[in-house]
Design a protein around this ligand. Structure first.
Ligand code: GLP
Length: 262
């Protein structure tokens, strides 16, 4: 895993935006996997700024979602699809037809079929670059602790902690936060060619340290990324504050040849 430590969240955003930019130049119709949450917002805004300035063209990208709530009405403003439309698709000038995600309207027995359908689609498309955030308990997507490290897209039950963390988007009312979701599995995420985990702020420091320097364990789903051949962990100083080998990470990145990119 390559750990890159930047001063603050805007420098993290610029770093990852450079990687997206590089991908777009090499492969204009690349498949970009996007995470929701607060963490990647500065990245999406930086990309939007570059698109507006005419510096990059992402219009031919295809965008795939990581996860989605189940049980919300089809037009609910907290569906992750709404977030991706508002923060990624619109601002980056991508046609909404090029956005793919799990079917949030699936109910009952349709849920397993919807999961399989999305997983098969992801395999067919092939994700070139997957952006990830990390939950305070080390989850990626909505793969909560004890998720199988080989899991595929499926229904998951959210932990109380994740529902509490996300209740801020539901007027602070825990009862309104869905209990179930569809999420790319850990095995599905590991199929992406390049995974970039973005983590900023001191609240993520313990999860980042466990994921990067701890044992590979289902207790910390993000630790499965240690098994992937091309992972970048992009963190700010606060997010890196519990990492032990910071000097090594800085030294390695400072001496990295420019042509390598992330
Ligand atoms: C949710 C999402 C994750 C995201 C996490 C952290 O659980 N399913 O993909 O990484 O929240 O969100 P934030 O960046 O807001 O802390």
């Amino acid at each position: 895993m390559e750990v890159v430590i930047r001063k603050d969240e805007s420098s993290v955003a610029a770093l990852v935006a450079d990687a997206v930019d590089r991908l777009a130049r090499a492969k204009p119709d690349a498949v970009l996997g996007v995470a929701t949450g607060d963490t990647p917002i500065p990245l999406y805004r930086e990309l939007a700024r570059r698109v507006d300035a005419g510096a990059i063209d992402l219009s031919r990208f295809r965008v795939v979602m990581l996860d989605e709530y189940l049980g919300l009405p089809a037009h609910h403003d907290q569906l992750y699809r709404r977030f991706v439309e508002q923060e990624v698709i619109g601002p980056l000038g991508i046609d909404p037809d090029r956005l793919y995600g799990p079917d949030s309207t699936a109910r009952g027995e349709q849920v397993d079929r919807a999961a399989l359908h999305y997983d098969t689609l992801l395999t067919r498309l092939g994700v070139d670059l997957q952006i990830l955030g990390i939950g305070s308990d080390g989850h990626i997507g909505f793969n909560e602790p004890m998720s199988s490290l080989a899991s595929r897209t499926r229904i998951k039950t959210l932990t109380e902690q994740t529902r509490r963390d996300n209740s801020r988007f539901f007027h602070g009312d825990l009862a309104r936060v869905p209990t179930h979701v569809l999420t790319q599995g850990i095995g599905t995420i590991l199929d992406a060619s390049h995974v970039v985990l973005v983590a900023t702020g001191v609240g993520k420091a313990a999860a980042v340290a466990a994921a990067v320097e701890g044992p590979v364990t289902a207790r910390v789903p993000a630790s499965a990324l240690q098994l992937h051949r091309h992972v970048t962990v992009a963190v700010d100083e606060d997010g890196a504050s519990e990492l032990r080998y910071v000097d090594y990470y800085r030294h390695t990145y400072d001496n990295k040849p420019d042509w390598q990119g992330l």
